[in-house]
Design a protein around this ligand. Structure first.
Ligand code: SF4
Length: 455
């Protein structure tokens, strides 16, 4: 189904849509307040964007440098061309250690590769330890947001879910009680885990170390207790030097939730004595995206989620309507690169207002890329006849002054004189939630001429 059809399902519950919209707007406002407190915020964005552009232009050498330094630190580095290879590598490491119980901190890459179902099919228990991720895992749903995976769920829904799966008592969605119960449940899983899987936020080429950012400390807890730590990273996650971390860490937390910094920025460099540390570096379509001149900057993304929180379409259509691992504006420019036909409706799920580009900490020109994808898609993917005909007609009207004036006059006349039930019929989806402004007699052109005459 196209994004609009999926969004229509989410839109059936209007109260939930309003609540979802407000919740994300609240996060966006927190981001604004936090960003405005930092002198030189725009300089930080410029630096981050330039560093990422440099990394992408020299990705081959940075990757090799990172590999060499990580190996010197005693870390085993693996390379995966695609999701299938990634999953096989992770599974083979676990098999070697006869690991049957795994704890995993938040990693959009492992979501992208569908690692959990792959491991579960081989009889391995995978527990997502980020609270939001655990909630959606128990609900058997994918995350709906990259930073706030369960943002589509109300606390009352979590209450019912926990009663069913964790045996908690009904508590009217008391967040303190629910969090304490989740903590008990997860602690038990951490203690018994054979191996820990984490994502990677930043991999540092000149040290071979990497940083994982969480707000719950779950990545540290898993990695420090288990004998084997497997870190899965997309190949674009590199930064050249440790000193660049300060720029990205200041941007990430503020852009994501308005926090000055994520609660835990955990630095991993080498395995503890007697333990193993593995890094799996994954391509899975990134090289191809890198080769697309117009879209390569999408690989700057540090997955802060700010573009989702600000996007009026995302806020009112929910993350699941994108049917893609990464939803929202950034997902809409990444996903068509993976499967153009399947995700061809996503670049149209935007008003092109540019708010996503304005908040992006690494200055990705998201709305411009959305527009560019549209131009690719209309050439490569057949569009609905109704849409094509309507746009052709609109094109003819807009290209002809006389027709444009006539159409404007007719529309103003009809809007003034047609009964309300005709104007606000089922055909007018726009009018479903709002009234049209009062219709004036003149258009701007006529108003301007009259004004000039009276001067
Ligand atoms: S595109 Fe920019 S704003 Fe969106 S998640 Fe990535 S870094 Fe954040």
């Amino acid at each position: 189904m196209a994004h609009a059809d999926e969004a229509a399902i989410f839109n059936k519950d209007e109260a939930k849509v309003d609540w979802h919209d407000k919740a994300l707007w609240f996060v966006r406002q927190k981001r604004d307040k936090s960003a405005h407190k930092v002198k030189g915020w725009e300089e930080l964005r410029n630096y981050a964007s330039a560093i990422k552009a440099n990394v992408l232009s020299n990705l081959d050498s940075y990757l090799l440098q990172f590999e060499e330094n990580a190996q010197k630190n005693g870390v085993t580095v693996h390379w995966a061309a695609n999701a299938e290879e990634h999953n096989k590598i992770v599974h083979s490491i676990l098999q070697k250690h006869n690991a049957k119980k795994i704890v995993k901190s938040k990693s959009m890459l492992t979501e992208e590769c569908h690692l959990n179902p792959h491991l579960e099919a081989h009889g391995i228990e995978v527990i997502d330890t980020d609270l939001g991720e655990r909630i959606v895992q128990l609900a058997q749903e994918p995350p709906s947001h990259i930073v706030l995976p369960a943002i589509h769920k109300k606390k009352e829904e979590v209450d019912v879910l926990f009663q069913e799966h964790l045996g908690t008592k009904p508590c009217d969605g008391d967040p303190e009680y629910l969090t304490a119960e989740a903590r008990k449940h997860l602690r038990n899983k951490f203690i018994k885990a054979d191996a820990a899987i984490t994502g990677v936020n930043f991999a540092i080429a000149d040290t071979g170390g990497f940083v994982v950012c969480t707000n719950e400390g779950n990545a540290d807890m898993g990695a420090h207790l288990a004998k084997v730590h497997i870190a899965c990273m997309g190949m674009e996650k590199l930064i050249p030097q440790e000193k660049h971390l300060g720029i990205f860490l200041r941007l990430l937390g503020r852009s994501a939730t308005g926090q000055p910094i994520t609660t835990y920025s955990s630095h991993f460099n080498k395995p503890e004595p007697g333990k193993e540390m593995h890094i799996v570096i994954v391509d899975n379509g990134r090289t191809e995206q890198l080769s697309r001149e117009d879209f390569r900057a999408s690989l700057h993304c540090i997955r802060c989620g700010a573009c989702m929180n600000t996007c009026p379409i995302y806020r009112r259509s929910g993350g699941h309507s994108y049917k893609s691992t990464i939803p929202g504006p950034i997902g809409s420019i990444l996903s068509p690169g993976i499967d153009l036909k399947k995700h061809s409706s996503l670049p149209f799920a935007s008003t092109l207002c540019g708010s996503c580009s304005d908040v992006c900490p690494v200055k990705i020109n998201i709305h411009e890329q959305l527009y560019k994808w549209r131009q690719v898609i209309v050439k490569d993917v057949p569009q609905p006849v109704v849409k094509k005909t309507a746009l052709k007609m609109a094109g003819s009207v807009l290209a002809n002054t006389k027709m444009y004036h006539f159409a404007g006059k007719s529309a103003r006349f009809m809007l003034k004189h047609m009964p309300r039930f005709v104007i606000y019929s089922k055909l007018n989806a726009w009018g479903h939630a709002r009234d049209l402004p009062e219709v004036k007699n003149d258009n701007f052109d006529e108003w301007y001429k009259k004004r000039k005459k009276n001067e």
